[in-house]
Design a protein around this ligand. Structure first.
Ligand code: C2O
Ligand code: CU
Length: 692
């Protein structure tokens, strides 16, 4: 069983354990009645013991995948049920083999039931690291419940005996009072934490530099100083206007959308390496703020487009000009980053492509990249896509392909052709090299398959792989927010890029005739071990980085649980047991090499997206990654552990969040900062900015 399956099984067994112990407890109270009831109580107690043992076994197995998967169980949940369970096994169980046990026999059994219930509460509220106060409250509640039960059952055992005695009654009152006191304390504590979790009217995400151990000598700079260059050799100017529009899908269905320039996706921004990109954003939406975030393009922080962190949201009627030098060829996308979840879902996004500077150049350090044709394009100024040429002169058929659920309808869009709720088509002459820059723009990952010809993933998240192998009928999973550049040479028969295994959704690349092949149905490819292991090759950007000595280590434990989100108890998505904005912010020093470990204790998929940086994938589930895998959005599945390296080479205050934007809105939003970087912007309630 893998970690995710162990976690899922544990979630079932934990409820079973509670039900069995409580059932056994009630059965034992009544066991004096007749033999039948006593045998039921006996059976339930044995079953409860077995289930508890199973949970212990599961926790031990989980701890082998990482202490963070098991700590809460081994230090809190299991002792809560295990200690009374042992007492029950020793003291109560033997009495159930003899007729007429007294009701008091049930006390340890019921206590195990309370402990198991505490375990259910712990599973809902406790992540990693285990919080001491909450744990203390749980232990106290179980202890008080146990005390009351002992008193009551002790008294009940003496019922024939009319004199219950003042002492017993007094002690009973005392434990009831204690119980009420603990309950009240727990409620007050819950109330206080709800109150303190409210997002304040003003929230300064640059406040990390105060009250820390940073020397006063550290020069500070504001995100507003860290902007793109004002001038450049060649400036490419674009204007994007956010406005509501009715978008017509290929089938004729119409969808109300929020758009850039009236289309979904917005116009593709396609530039050449070395050009200065200048994008003027205008907001013509009636009532929402808008920004532009360059997803995966590592811009200077002042251009990152996060409302409340790097700028104020552009209000209706307002505008903002973004400038950055297009130095890194590859596939990227842009989207609004104020209330991102509804904004992106409704359509406020588009594609960004940076073509390599010169003919013969490649997005890869090796021009003759076998992933083949990064190709130098000749599309500047023209419509996006379609005509690129490789260094050898062959025209590359080069296109953006994005998937999106618009108005509840799954669509695919190729270049600026508009959304197709079915199979988009592209005509390509046999023998032509083809590059499809696929972007998943929804909150969930997409499974892609290409059938009809062998293909490769030439680039991931805008970075070329070193020696990507041929992918036969295997399918690939693309993280929400991630990009894969798929390459192949056009055969004489149609090629099908299928989305989620469907034959009626995706892109049919056709030479003009022939029938579509069936969707690829092979096993899933593991992106972390897909690229070749080529040790001779230097780091992706030419830096001989070594990834075995780190200046700093950061751990992000992802989980799902009850948490106070802006004053409201919420089944939230947590990081290190906390939710936005209380997740601890790592403060980096420029130049550091940081190792980030991300472990997912939840049953959900979390595509983690650190802004402003690509991370080098080191390992996934303990298996070292091969080749040259750099990502800006890595998909951490249930029970998975990813280790990545981040070079702190882009000073700023950087959002970092799950790119299931619904999860980000439910707490899984955090950030990391650089020493001495401040922001004049405000993410509090009164600011009108909503970073997520
Ligand atoms: Cu595409 Cu902060 O995200
Ligand atoms: Cu998530």
């Amino acid at each position: 069983m893998n970690t995710a399956q162990l976690l899922a099984l544990d979630r079932i067994v934990l409820v079973l354990v509670a039900a069995l112990w409580l059932g056994a407890g009630v059965g034992t109270v009544m066991a004096g009645r007749d033999r039948h009831t006593r045998l039921i109580a006996l059976g339930l107690t044995l079953a409860a013991l077995a289930a508890t043992g199973l949970r212990v076994g599961l926790a031990v197995a989980l701890s082998r995948s990482g202490w963070w998967f098991a700590a809460d169980k081994l230090v809190l949940a299991l002792p809560l049920v295990g200690v009374p369970a042992l007492v029950a096994a020793v003291a109560a169980l033997p009495r159930l083999f003899r007729p007429s046990p007294s009701p008091a026999t049930a006390a340890p059994t019921l206590t195990a039931g309370y402990g198991a219930l505490g375990g259910v509460v712990a599973a809902l509220t406790v992540s990693h690291p285990v919080p001491p106060v909450l744990s203390g409250v749980l232990v106290a509640l179980v202890a008080v419940g146990a005390t009351i039960t002992w008193r009551l059952l002790g008294a009940a055992s003496r019922t024939g005996d009319a004199k219950t005695g003042d002492g017993t009654v007094a002690r009973g009152r005392w434990s009831t009072t204690a119980g009420i006191a603990v309950l009240c304390a727990a409620l007050v504590w819950a109330g206080l934490s709800a109150w303190s979790s409210r997002i304040p009217a003003t929230l300064d995400l640059g406040a990390h530099h105060r009250g820390t151990d940073i020397q006063p000598a550290t020069a500070t700079s504001a995100v507003t100083d860290l902007r793109g260059p004002a001038t450049g050799a060649k400036v490419r100017r674009f204007t994007l206007t956010a406005k509501p529009a009715t978008v017509t899908l290929a089938s004729g269905r119409r969808v109300e959308a929020w758009t850039f320039d009236g289309t979904v996706p917005g116009p593709t921004i396609r530039v050449r390496q070395g050009e200065l990109v200048e994008v003027r954003l205008r907001n013509a939406m009636p009532d929402i703020g808008v920004t532009l975030h360059w997803h995966g393009y590592d811009v200077p922080v002042g251009e990152d487009g996060v409302a409340g962190v790097t700028q104020d949201a552009v209000k209706p009627g307002g505008e903002f000009v973004y400038r950055f030098l297009a130095e890194d060829p590859g596939s990227y996308w842009y989207h609004s980053h104020d209330l991102s979840d509804p904004a992106v879902r409704m359509g406020l996004y588009g594609m960004l492509v940076v073509d390599p500077a010169a003919k013969g150049a490649s997005t890869s350090p090796t021009a003759a990249s076998p992933g083949f044709p990064s190709g130098a394009s000749d599309t500047s100024g023209g419509p996006a896509g379609s005509g690129s040429s490789t260094g050898t002169g062959a025209k590359v058929s080069d296109h953006t392909v994005s998937t999106h659920v618009l108005g509840g309808i799954q669509t695919v869009a190729v270049d600026d052709e508009g959304p197709v709720d079915g199979l988009a088509r592209l005509r390509v002459t046999p023998g032509t090299p083809v590059r499809l820059r696929v972007t998943a723009t929804d909150n969930v990952r997409r499974t892609l398959g290409l059938s009809g010809t062998p293909y490769r993933i030439a680039a991931v998240d805008g970075r070329d792989l070193s020696r990507p192998g041929e992918i036969g009928d295997r399918r690939v999973q693309l993280a929400a927010g991630g990009r894969y550049d798929l390459t192949f040479t056009m055969p004489a028969a149609p090629v099908l890029l299928s989305v989620d295994g469907r034959s009626d959704l995706g892109l049919l690349v056709t030479p003009g005739s022939g029938t579509a092949p069936a969707p690829a149905a092979g096993p899933l490819l593991d992106i972390a071990t897909y690229d070749s292991d080529d040790h001779a090759k230097p780091g992706g950007s030419g830096r001989p980085d070594r990834f075995d000595r780190f200046d700093r280590e950061v751990t992000w434990i992802l989980d799902r649980g009850l948490a106070m989100l802006d004053g409201i108890p919420t089944l939230a998505h947590t990081v290190n047991g906390e939710v936005w904005p209380r997740i601890t912010t790592p403060v980096l020093r420029e130049g550091e090499l940081v190792k980030i470990t991300v472990a997912n204790r939840s049953g959900d998929v979390h595509p983690i997206h650190p802004h402003g940086h690509h991370v080098r994938v080191l390992s996934r589930n303990g298996v070292p990654a091969t080749g040259e895998l750099w990502m800006d959005t890595f998909d951490v599945g249930p029970g998975e552990v990813w280790e990545v390296a981040l070079r702190a080479d882009n000073p700023g205050i950087w959002m970092s969040h799950c790119h299931d934007l619904g999860h980000a809105a439910l707490g899984m939003t955090f950030h990391f900062a650089y020493e001495g970087v401040t922001t004049p912007y405000d993410a509090g309630h009164a600011s009108g900015n909503n970073p997520e």
